[in-house]
Design a protein around this ligand. Structure first.
Ligand code: SIN
Length: 282
């Protein structure tokens, strides 16, 4: 296996490897996992592997989870189908910078995504390195956010287009989660800026250390949150991947955000995603 770095800060392509082999080969799996921790997102071309192998490879990292809104493949629980077609309603967009499912108490540790079908051009996906995003923050911002916690909610994203009863039921089933604004990666020990499109507000900002006058709290805290959320948009922290049929991506969801670019004309784009259950170690 060759590892070809794609940018200075994030992403590498694995060449000369078939993920189906890593299902049974412990040494190969360990090499891939180490590369994932280092590069944060890995890419592969020409992976003509079965759905069973896709699932079995992802399960080497841990158990898989379904998504409450996007359905899974009927024969493969945990293999979420992200299918767009010319008749897909516009509300099924995918384009906001996010870390998957931070509205869960234990957000996924990572995902393994395979392209089943895609347009000839368009529909790329981008990832951002949130360890670099934290490292590059000005010192006074790092100081300001140390110890802050924030709320993450499914309600205003996946719930927004639902009738109110359904939205409230979704929220009751998946109550908002609270996470530190700066998390520590459980395996690498790196500090990660951990707010994204699912983050609604800080929960412990309104103290005398942060708030001198009301304006510091409102609009001050939401301005700070927006500033932090916008760090993922900085191109120097990003990698962009152009899909082809049977291309795959494996990402560490604890240290990255991603954005599926919806620039393609009405056409089919079919992706299958195995999301690996994470833990509550922050
Ligand atoms: C996702 O947000 O997990 C899906 C990314 C994609 O469809 O490219």
């Amino acid at each position: 296996m060759r590892i070809e770095q794609l940018t200075c800060n994030i992403g590498a392509e694995l060449v000369g490897v078939n993920l189906a082999d890593a299902v049974h080969d412990d040494g190969l799996f360990k090499e891939i996992k180490n590369a994932l921790l280092k590069h944060k997102v890995l890419f592969l071309r020409d992976q003509e592997i079965s759905r069973a192998d896709h699932v079995a490879f992802a399960e080497r990292f841990g158990k898989l989870e379904d998504h409450p809104v996007a359905g899974s493949h009927p024969e493969y629980p945990g293999l979420v189908q992200i299918y767009k077609s010319p008749d897909t309603p516009i509300d099924r967009y995918e384009n906001a910078w996010h870390t998957d499912a931070t509205w869960r108490e234990a957000p996924p540790m990572g995902c393994v995504l395979r392209c089943v079908e895609c347009p000839d051009v368009g529909g790329d996906t981008m990832w951002a390195n949130m360890v670099t995003a934290y490292e590059m923050l000005p010192a006074h911002v790092k100081e300001q956010i140390a110890g802050l916690r924030a709320r993450h909610s499914i309600e205003a994203s996946f719930g927004a287009a639902m009738p109110i009863e359904k939205r409230l039921a979704l929220k009751a089933q998946y109550p908002d989660a609270e996470h530190p604004v700066v998390r520590t990666h459980p395996e690498t020990g790196e500090k990660v800026l951990f707010v994204n499109a699912f983050t609604t507000h800080f929960t412990n900002f309104h103290t005398k250390e942060h708030v001198r006058f009301g304006q510091d709290a409102s609009p001050g805290s939401s301005m700070l949150l927006n500033y932090l959320i916008s760090q993922a948009f900085i191109p120097e922290y990003q990698v962009r991947w152009r899909w082809k049929k049977n291309s795959m991506a494996i990402w560490d969801n604890r240290s990255t955000q991603h954005y599926a670019v919806m620039d393609y004309p009405p056409c089919h784009r079919k992706m299958e995603r195995a999301g690996i259950i994470g833990d509550t170690t922050f």
